[in-house]
Design a protein around this ligand. Structure first.
Ligand SMILES: [Zn+2]
Length: 277
């Protein structure tokens, strides 16, 4: 089996899994076409687990941080612990952080406060950032700008995109759900756009248009497993090996082969996370 897909966002740390489920899942990933997975934290426990998984599995990397849903449980101690985890080996990004005004499980003020603090942490440590943005496009963009994610100082720390020559802010828009216009704005600012399972859904016109608008060298793919299973598994439990259905859709939109899509998105993900592998 050729290992060609880089899953830039999954939750092996999902609370619904038992230790045995995770072992099985790890075995399945190892035997699949997936070469690497980034296990993304959403609170303290899941961030600790992600860092553990990165240590345990050669194909696994970790991101650490508090999801906007869990911002209500964050405090200064938690931020300090996240900082400690961020410095560990194979922890490659701060995330997923951002704003979610769809479910509002934490108040807007609380979400924004901890979003800003975690951006500041990523800037302090010169680390890539993974963004969750749901129904909060304007505030996410405004706060990213205000906190200096696109500042000359931050940009100066990362090489420009070798293909397009665009600046690189090491900012990943996870499961991008905005318009083609918003995607283009982010790309110009130096962001990378991540495509997940919903692009395969029958009503996915907006997501398809966004993928079409983004240059191939600024795209990565993800599962967000166990959520958002792609067609033909929509509604079921997602897992990293199903990423090929999302990759196939991206290949179709871009008019290139599946292999080329896998190669380019893997190269992009490795560059984004600063991996020399
Ligand atoms: Zn996620």
């Amino acid at each position: 089996m050729k290992k060609i897909f880089f899953d830039s966002h999954a939750h092996l740390n999902n609370e619904g899994y038992s230790a045995k489920d995770r072992e099985e899942l790890a075995g399945m990933i190892k035997a699949s076409e997936v070469s690497h997975v980034v296990d993304v934290g959403f609170d303290l426990g899941s961030s600790m687990l992600a860092a553990e998984h990165a240590k345990k599995y050669p194909w696994c990397y970790a991101a650490v941080g508090f999801h906007p849903h869990d911002a209500k449980d964050m405090d200064e101690d938690a931020l300090r612990l996240i900082k400690g985890l961020a410095r560990k080996d194979k922890v490659v990004a701060i995330g997923e952080i951002g704003l979610d005004y769809y479910r509002n499980l934490s108040s807007k003020d609380t979400q924004q406060h901890w979003f800003r603090r975690q951006i500041a942490l990523a800037l302090e440590l010169d680390m890539p950032i993974i963004i969750h943005d749901r129904d909060a496009n304007e505030d996410v963009m405004r706060i990213l700008k205000e906190e200096g994610v696109f500042s000359a100082e931050r940009m100066g720390k990362f090489p420009k995109n070798p293909v397009s020559g665009l600046p690189d802010a090491r900012l990943l828009m996870h499961c991008f759900s905005g318009s083609a216009e918003l995607a283009s704005q982010y790309v110009k600012l130096g962001a990378t756009i991540s495509v997940a399972g919903p692009v395969t859904y029958r009503n996915a016109r907006k997501a398809v248009e966004a993928v079409a608008a983004v240059p191939m060298e600024c795209l990565v793919i993800e599962t967000d497993a166990p959520y958002l299973a792609p067609e033909p598994f929509r509604g079921g439990v997602n897992a990293s090996p199903l990423i090929k259905h999302t990759a196939r859709k991206v290949a179709e939109i871009k008019g290139i082969s599946l292999e080329e899509t896998a190669r380019i998105t893997s190269d992009n993900a490795k560059r984004f996370f600063g991996l020399d592998i």
